[in-house]
Design a protein around this ligand. Structure first.
Ligand code: HGY
Ligand code: MN
Ligand code: MN
Length: 453
């Protein structure tokens, strides 16, 4: 904190970084102003240390080549070969920055660098590099390359933080935040058998990454085992872009619950069964989808609900479907809000089951708890951004993030940068190189402030 200045080594970093600025400016023309060196240094010591934006964006491009698809996006789903190859590349970069990387039992890539205050808990930084099928080049990747760039900038400046640093590239974020939830002790046993977009179960996938699903519970961290966790991420919505705000300061992250919904009716001949003698599971499903949508829409609040997948059996044109299997996902900033939507859907479902003569059953398969970010870290992010001349806006996150799992055992902060037109989970996902740099500068500055505490 402010009043405790002097015990840390931040001043060393500032002067080292200033020297970098000095060198850069000296070679790029400030020399021409013919100022005395002492004056340059005085000028420069007022500046915030900045990361190497060129290296950062070059690495963003290189990362985009792992699992690149023809649409300009990526198919780097968790546990795929592209996921593993990208992790190998990142491992090398972490070593170059003086970090010791390893894969934990949950398949997280974790790299550590000791701080000067050996008794202090670590500061954690990171995000994910796995994508949804047909994803874009920024979701998770800005925060991952951002953490690596912070590491590289600190190494360039030969700066040792007081707290040890831990960089984490979490496993299977898109398929259920397996890595970060394992650190919080939240992964349920049955999840290991879930088949992911890669075609591998979560258990097999963890093994492919070099983890060990049988020892998953051993990675659980205890309360207070970290000083803080910082995650930089793209907004994935259009608020910052539309209002031309540089940086979002996340106040809270939505909770998410998902269920497999099974609708049972009667399989029968599509040509000979009269319309009034059918128990068509697809009709039950159709009415259910509408109910989910209208319920979430009509209730007061900001909850969202989605049926994202549907399969009919036997799934042929001339048979009335006897069974439909769907997913239901509900999100809200409070878990009680999710429960309210779920109960309201179920209350109205009675009518649908009666009218369509179908039966519904629900099996919950995923829970990611809603989490507020730490108020004191929000303030540090805000001050850091403003110190860099960037505008800020406090906002909630409707997307899920690894930070919400880490929030279960450590204070977390999240920095958002704009997503062009709010597009995400699609090849057109985009964030300008300058916005990426801005976000990473805020990440670095926030880390340095936290390290002073
Ligand atoms: O689904 C989500 O919100 C996140 O992108 N994993
Ligand atoms: Mn995502
Ligand atoms: Mn993400």
């Amino acid at each position: 904190m402010e009043g405790e200045g002097g015990r840390g080594s931040r001043s060393t970093l500032l002067s080292d970084m200033d020297r970098q600025h000095f060198n850069r400016l000296a070679t790029t023309g400030l020399m021409g102003l013919n100022l005395r060196p002492q004056i340059w240094l005085d000028l420069l010591s007022d500046q915030n240390p900045e990361v190497n934006g060129r290296r950062l964006n070059q690495r963003m491009s290189r990362l985009a080549s792992f699992g690149a698809n023809a649409a300009g996006g990526i198919d780097r789903v968790a546990f795929s070969d592209a996921n593993i190859e990208a992790l190998d590349w990142i491992t090398g970069l972490l070593v170059e920055s003086g970090f010791s990387p390893s894969i934990d039992f949950a398949g997280n890539l974790i790299a550590r660098k000791p701080g000067s205050g050996s008794e202090l808990p670590p500061i954690m930084l990171g995000s994910h590099i796995d994508s949804v099928p047909g994803g874009g080049n920024y979701d998770g990747q800005v925060g991952s390359m951002g953490a690596l760039e912070v590491a590289a900038s600190l190494a360039d400046a030969a700066h040792t933080t007081r707290h040890s640093l831990e960089i984490l590239i979490f496993s299977n974020e898109e398929g259920g935040k397996t890595g970060s939830r394992a650190l919080a002790g939240e992964v349920e046993g049955f999840e290991l058998d879930i088949v992911t977009a890669s075609g591998f179960t979560i258990a097999d996938g963890i093994q492919r990454l070099g983890g060990n699903p049988n020892r998953l519970t051993e990675v659980r961290r205890t309360d207070g085992s970290a000083e803080a966790f910082l995650e930089l991420h793209i907004e994935q919505g259009a608020v910052l872009d539309t209002d031309e705000i540089d940086v979002g300061v996340v106040e809270g992250i939505v909770g998410i619950m998902r269920w497999t919904v099974t609708v049972d009716g009667s399989t029968n001949h599509a040509g000979t069964t009269p319309m009034d003698r059918r128990a068509d599971a697809m009709v039950g499903a159709a009415r259910f989808i509408d109910l989910v949508h209208t319920t979430a829409r009509r209730m007061p609040g900001q909850q969202v609900a989605t049926v994202g997948r549907l399969e009919a059996e036997p799934g042929v044109p001339n048979v009335i479907p006897g069974r439909v299997t769907m997913t239901l996902e509900i999100r809200d900033l409070s878990m009680a809000g999710i429960e309210r939507v779920y109960n309201e859907i179920n209350r109205n479902l009675v009518r649908i089951t009666e009218e369509t003569e179908t039966r519904f059953s629900f099996q919950r398969f995923y829970t990611s708890r809603a989490a507020p970010t730490a108020p004191w870290i929000r303030e540090i992010i805000e001050t850091s951004a403003r110190g860099l001349g960037l505008s800020t806006r406090r906002m909630p996150s409707g997307a899920g993030h690894d930070a919400q799992s880490i929030a279960l055992f450590a204070p977390v902060g999240m920095i958002f940068v704009p997503s062009v037109a709010g597009i995400s989970h699609a090849p057109d996902e985009n964030t300008s190189p300058q916005d990426v740099i801005n976000g990473v500068n805020v990440l670095l500055q926030t880390l340095l402030e936290l390290d002073e505490r």
